[in-house]
Design a protein around this ligand. Structure first.
Ligand SMILES: *Cc1c(COP(=O)(O)O)cnc(C)c1O
Length: 367
């Protein structure tokens, strides 16, 4: 028998989430963001469920080739644009749209030979201070692009730093709107959190929205009630089984570093899942976990290949019990990846992307 760990991708959840985001987007078109191998889910695995998106956004050129190889003829947007001049040849060949965030990318375009002019997304730095032209240089960049025969249409773009936090998006929205007021062209601003939290404002929705994480069923702004709050469904389940039982007497410790010490007699289940599978090592005692669909907690440090769970109050559970690390359990119970992430001091994004290659992945037969 293979080691019992297993990840499952749920196409029905992806479809549901995309429909939910489309509803929030109103008239705006929806990019399905599939960078980082579809946030760890696998581009080939999510592709069919995301065919309903208006475009696919990513940043690795090999991922762009993969979505074209799957037969996707719709828009593909390179979110970081070209890294070197020859990347533009691939853009011409595959009809990729690309972000332009710096002068060097305009220089490359000016030297590029193409029969079909490119659609570009001109990015403004409205306060994130990562990529993009500052507002006072945006118009000059736009004028340079506009004058190039290599450029067809220019879409205006920015990215929010605090859409999921207390600061929100208003300060950046104001900068963007002021600096683009009399420029023609479509606009795109919102990631998942901006769309879900502030999408009732037409200026935030604009012409295109760019949800990533919410497509996969995580809403980072609501770690404790992530699944219910925005009506999203988890697109990934990580599950394993209890492979051994221990009985800890008061004073006994569990795992490396003896970080958990039993105060009462404790039934300990040992689960075939560790940090080499992508489970976060920093998730300490008390991280939520489902065993046979019932909520309990982890005990002690996560090892490379195993972790321990508390089965004291679940007398019916033991060796062979199903363990849901995140996602859906057999009986319908769910555990949000965001809850596990929070216990480990990180975000659901990182856990999804860190699913280890050694974990077998299957597709749910739920639709
Ligand atoms: C990753 C990314 C997104 C998607 O962000 P989520 O928070 O996952 O919704 C949108 N736009 C850009 C430019 C990105 O890099």
């Amino acid at each position: 028998m293979p080691r019992p760990i297993q990840a499952t991708i749920h196409p029905s959840a992806l479809r549901h989430n995309l429909a939910r985001l489309r509803q929030a987007a109103g008239d705006a078109r929806v990019w399905g963001i599939v960078k980082a191998n579809a946030y760890g889910h696998g581009i080939e695995r999510v592709f069919d469920a995301l065919r309903g998106a208006d475009g696919l956004g990513l940043l690795d050129l090999d991922e762009a080739e993969r979505v074209r190889a799957l037969g996707w003829r719709g828009p593909v947007l390179l979110l970081e644009g070209a890294f070197e001049a020859r990347d533009l040849e691939l853009c011409s060949r595959l009809g990729l749209w690309h972000t332009v965030h710096c002068d060097e990318q305009i220089d490359m375009l000016a030297l590029h030979k193409t029969h079909a002019p490119h659609r570009v997304f001109l990015k403004m730095n409205t306060g994130m201070n990562r990529l993009g032209f500052p507002p006072h240089r945006f118009r000059a960049a736009w004028a340079r692009l506009e004058a190039l025969p290599q450029v067809d249409e220019i879409t205006l773009m920015t990215h929010f730093s605090d859409a999921d936090g207390d600061r929100g998006v208003a300060h950046q929205l104001r900068v963007f709107e002021e600096a683009t007021r009399d420029l023609p062209g479509e606009r795109t601003l919102a990631n998942s959190a901006a769309l879900l939290r502030f999408g009732s404002e037409a200026g935030v929705r604009a012409d295109w929205v760019r949800p990533g994480i919410a497509v996969y069923g995580s809403s980072p702004d609501h770690p404790t009630h992530a699944l219910g709050h925005w009506d999203l469904q988890p697109a990934m389940t990580l599950a394993s089984r209890v492979i051994a039982m221990q009985q800890a007497a008061p004073g006994d410790t569990v795992g490396y570093g003896s970080t958990f010490r039993a105060e009462v007699p404790t039934r300990v289940g040992i689960v075939a899942c560790g940090y080499a599978d992508g489970y976060p090592r920093h998730a300490g005692t008390g991280t939520p976990v489902l065993v046979d669909g019932q909520r309990t907690r982890t005990l002690g440090r996560v090892s490379m290949d195993m972790l321990a769970v508390d089965l004291t109050d679940l007398p019916g559970c033991g060796t062979g019990s199903e363990v849901t690390l995140w996602g859906r359990a057999a009986g319908g119970a769910q555990l949000a990846i965001d809850e596990v992430a929070r216990a480990a001091g990180t975000v659901g994004y990182e856990l999804m992307c860190a699913l280890a290659p050694r974990v077998p992945v299957s597709m749910a037969a739920d639709d």
